[in-house]
Design a protein around this ligand. Structure first.
Ligand code: CA
Ligand code: CA
Ligand code: CA
Length: 445
């Protein structure tokens, strides 16, 4: 089985989130977990599709079997193709630069049994936005504008219909500047390059997951968000006093989010920022952050600054928040006043960490490897050189990725993990190798 397919099974939970394919066997994978092994049911042959998009459109006629491109029967937009598609169809696009795309709520598409697949290699557009679109997978698209992706509920000014939340979207491969998920459900962003964005110069926001703030009607926070195997890079502000960047922002009300196997570098001010604001929205719930590489957060000149992961204070807090098996250059900070229920911080490698997060009890910390200060009774002090390379400063906007794999199989992080760990590492390789799980995001040996 290809690594490509394995990664989907492992990341999506195997049983319920397989978007196509048939189970043919069961195998025992690392950690003793049982996954389906599936027979891949690939998209139609290269050069054929059920629907095509081109720059001048056409009759937008669906073919039940995949066919080659015909100028006169193509669609002029993603939305037109979506409206014409049936469940499981593949849409392809002629190579070109297109205008902004908008996909709207459609009752007939909201209950599709499988996604409409957009194979968008060669398709460049500024943005994809959707109010309540559902069951869509977008692959290998290039998005150049801000806000690159916005998925939200049907009506942002008066949210009353939970059934109209944007739901069951996958973005897989390609690149975007940023994204905004509001009142969205069952969203996956994977295998993408996200960033290369001066938020001040572009007048842009940072990648963000949350709920609507300050609108009338009930709030419908974003639910079941998976962000995996992406590169977040060079998201910064050339005027930090006027525009406060970070590589990823999440606010109150999130219900279930997993961030795994992402690589962060060139992030202004912070790599991650949680901000559970807004009394009606509620706390941040059930978040797991695992197997990520986090570079130093940086100021606008590229010099390292304080908080790689910064979780802001009340009024709302954090429930069931897990930070495990990450490699983190810099600090994890919980601001004074944040309320925590069941935080777990274990198995991480912290390099350059200078203090324990406020408001989190020492019992939440275990088996972390840290520089000079330890926070829990089973944390240990690391030696210099534990990771392969760690560059202190760079030129902001063009920072390059540190190599945060463990430096050698004799690293003290090797086999130093506890009994609970993710079943794969940053690279997607199985854990554990050798005599136990290795600390940090890389399983080395
Ligand atoms: Ca045409
Ligand atoms: Ca090991
Ligand atoms: Ca590895």
């Amino acid at each position: 089985m290809s690594r490509w397919l394995w990664s989907r099974l492992l990341e999506e939970g195997g049983w319920s989130r397989i978007w196509y394919g048939l189970a043919t066997a069961m195998v025992i994978a690392g950690g003793g977990l049982i996954y389906h092994q599936v027979q891949d049911n690939p998209p139609p042959a290269e050069g054929t599709a059920n629907l095509w998009i081109d720059s001048n459109g056409g009759t937008c006629t669906r073919s039940s079997s995949a066919v080659a491109y015909v100028d006169g029967t193509a669609c002029s937009s993603m939305n037109a193709a979506y409206l014409a598609a049936s469940a499981g169809d593949t849409v392809r696009a002629q190579t070109g630069t297109y205008s902004a795309q908008t996909i709207d709520y459609n009752a007939g598409k909201y209950t599709l049994g499988s996604r409409v697949i957009f194979e968008m290699a060669g398709f460049t557009a500024p943005t994809v936005a959707s109010d309540g679109g559902a069951h869509i997978e977008v692959r290998n698209i290039t998005l150049t504008g801000t806000t690159s992706v916005e998925i939200r509920a049907d009506d942002g000014s008066s949210i009353t219909a939970a059934s109209h939340a944007g739901k069951d979207w996958v973005f897989d491969g390609g690149s975007m500047k940023n994204f905004l998920l509001r009142n969205a459900a069952d969203i996956t962003i994977r295998n993408m390059v996200i960033g290369d964005l001066d938020v001040f110069a572009a007048g842009a926001d940072v990648p963000k997951v949350g709920a609507y703030n300050a609108v009338s009607g009930p709030e419908l926070p974003s639910t079941n968000i998976t962000i995996t195997n992406n590169t977040f890079r060079n998201i910064w502000s050339s005027n930090q006093a006027a525009s406060h960047p970070e590589c990823f922002y999440f606010d109150g009300g999130i219900q279930t989010m997993v961030m795994s196997r992402n690589h962060f570098y060139g992030c202004g001010v912070m790599d991650l920022h949680g901000d559970p604001v807004g009394g009606a929205i509620g706390p941040i719930n059930d978040v797991t952050i695992e197997n990520n590489f986090f570079d130093w957060a940086r100021d606008e000149n590229g010099t390292t600054v304080g908080a790689t992961i910064n979780l802001k204070q009340a009024p709302n807090g954090y429930n069931n928040f897990i930070i495990r098996y990450n490699t983190i250059l810099g600090n994890f900070v919980s601001e004074t006043g944040a309320t925590w229920t069941n935080p777990q911080i274990y198995g991480n490698v912290f390099v350059g960490h200078s203090g324990c997060a406020d408001a989190i009890s020492s019992s939440a910390w275990s088996n972390n490897m840290m520089d000079a200060v330890t926070c829990g009774s089973t944390d240990t002090v690391a030696n210099a050189g534990i990771v392969s390379s760690s560059v202190a400063d760079c030129t902001m906007g063009s920072c390059f990725q540190n190599n945060l794999h463990l430096s050698s199989t004799s690293s003290p992080a090797v086999d130093a993990g506890g009994a609970t760990f993710p079943s794969v590492d940053f690279d997607g390789d199985s854990r554990p190798l050798g005599g136990g799980a290795d600390l940090g995001a890389d399983e080395k040996g």
